[in-house]
Design a protein around this ligand. Structure first.
Ligand SMILES: NC(=O)c1ccc[n+]([C@@H]2O[C@H](COP(=O)([O-])OP(=O)(O)OC[C@H]3O[C@@H](n4cnc5c(N)ncnc54)[C@H](O)[C@@H]3O)[C@@H](O)[C@H]2O)c1
Ligand SMILES: N[C@@H](CCC(=O)N[C@@H](CSCO)C(=O)NCC(=O)O)C(=O)O
Ligand SMILES: [Zn+2]
Ligand SMILES: [Zn+2]
Length: 379
């Protein structure tokens, strides 16, 4: 029986309050309105940004909400005027939209899109500024325009990337956030050249994807920095050539790196979300040209600082969202690269769970050996 035009009641993990366990609820998901797409989510991974918003440290965090933004699924139905996808299409929801028509999209200077950001930032849909999720009539906020911790979700059509139907959804769900962010930070934001010396702070999924991207770009040295020494062995497989544990040194870590690189690295990447490490990442860059890219997301109220002289003397400080990738145009390209075995994805999946085990899955995510946990949403 077709569910098109009907409210669908399904299971979703609801964050009722910051830091309180997620609760699996029967959630009503309204049909998509004009310009919207309802997606059956088959697999979702957990990202540290979900945990960050759940913790209450995200100034944009709203409760109750359905978190989740790294997923893959199949279009169930589309609203009026939606032409780019149809029921049955395999898709990846994209928290960074791409309308191809706004000032941002047309600028040629950024992957940020302005079309729906004002609505997604406050947990509602553009059309009527309301949520499509409810429980017994009580609205539940959307999150990042994706809300993938639900068996069905509604997103804006500008936030849907149509992908190769042959691609395994239980793997390519990762191409919704962490892996593209790391690869793109290197390829799009920093534009690392062959022969460069690179340092990566934080060897989780994002940092390892930075290393993978840097290796592909031909970096001559890739220095991995992490306070957890257990991260080092695995990082070799992703391209890291040297390791530093700040705990093994008395000197500031930036000084250690400057000393071992004849004046500093060409490019550094902060993949943790720690503002003091962001400073170290900038200050380990080479005078005159070194560039540092902030990838990690820092808590509300945190601010970065350095001596302005660091910038006066030629270091450049940048940041990246979704690795600078234009989502609808380039996520399908990343899926194709995975299918051609040109980028890793499977290697970042260390754990598998089901939606009903989501709280356990978050506990796993915080364990040292974990990169990504993928949830099977339909069991
Ligand atoms: N900008 C974006 O678009 C974007 C996209 C995805 C994720 N993120 C953010 O990127 C960050 C990294 O994500 P992840 O999934 O790789 O996280 P993760 O927790 O798996 O990895 C972080 C790593 O940093 C290490 N670490 C922690 N404190 C450290 C310190 N002081 N010095 C050195 N190492 C330290 C940890 O041991 C861990 O290995 C998070 O803040 C996440 O929210 C940003
Ligand atoms: N809401 C937070 C910012 C969170 C943030 O920086 N998000 C990244 C993606 S993290 C994915 O794991 C991002 O793309 N930001 C750009 C955007 O949200 O448009 C806050 O307000 O501090
Ligand atoms: Zn993420
Ligand atoms: Zn746009």
């Amino acid at each position: 029986m077709s569910t098109q035009g009907q409210v669908i009641t399904c299971k979703a993990a609801v964050a009722w309050e910051p830091n309180k366990p997620l609760v699996i609820e029967d959630v009503e998901v309204a049909p998509p309105q004009a310009g919207e797409v309802r997606i059956k989510i088959l697999y979702t991974a957990l990202c540290h940004t979900d945990a960050y918003t759940w913790s209450g440290k995200d100034p944009e965090g709203l409760f109750p909400c359905v978190l989740g933004h790294e997923a893959a699924g199949i279009v169930e139905s589309v609203g009026e005027g939606v032409t780019d996808v149809k029921p049955g299409d395999h898709v990846i929801p994209c928290y960074q939209a791409e309308c191809k028509d706004c000032k941002f999209c047309k600028s040629g200077k950024t992957n940020l899109c302005g079309k729906v950001r004002a609505a997604t930032g406050v947990g509602v849909m553009m059309n009527d500024r309301k949520s499509r999720f409810s429980i017994k009539g009580k609205p539940i906020y959307h999150f990042m325009g994706t809300s993938t911790f639900s068996q069905y979700t509604v997103v804006h059509d500008v936030s849907v990337a149509k992908i190769d139907p042959q691609a395994p959804l239980e793997k390519v769900c990762l191409l919704g956030c962490g892996v593209p962010t790391g690869l793109g930070a290197v390829w799009n934001t920093a534009k690392v050249e062959s022969g460069s010396i690179v340092s990566v702070f934080g060897l989780g999924t994002v940092g390892l994807a930075v290393a993978e991207g840097a290796k592909a770009a031909g970096a001559s040295r890739i220095i991995g920095i992490d306070i957890d020494g257990k991260k080092f062995e695995r990082a070799k497989d992703f391209g890291v050539t040297e390791f530093i544990n700040p705990k093994d040194h008395d000197k500031p870590i930036q000084q250690v790196i400057v000393d071992m690189t004849d004046g500093g690295v060409d490019y550094s990447f902060e993949c943790i979300g720690n503002v003091s490490v962001m400073r170290s990442a900038l200050e380990c860059c080479h005078k005159g040209w070194g560039m540092s890219v902030i990838v990690g997301v820092a808590a509300s109220g945190q601010e970065i600082s350095t001596r302005p002289f660091q910038l006066v003397t030629g270091r450049v400080w940048k940041g990246t969202a979704f690795g600078g990738f234009k989502s609808r145009s380039q996520v399908p390209w990343l899926v194709d690269k995975y299918m051609k075995k040109e980028i890793k994805v499977d290697e970042y999946i260390t754990h598998n769970q089901t939606l009903s085990e989501i709280n356990k899955a978050f506990d796993m995510m915080h364990e040292g050996d974990c990169l990504r946990v993928v949830l099977d949403m339909q069991t």
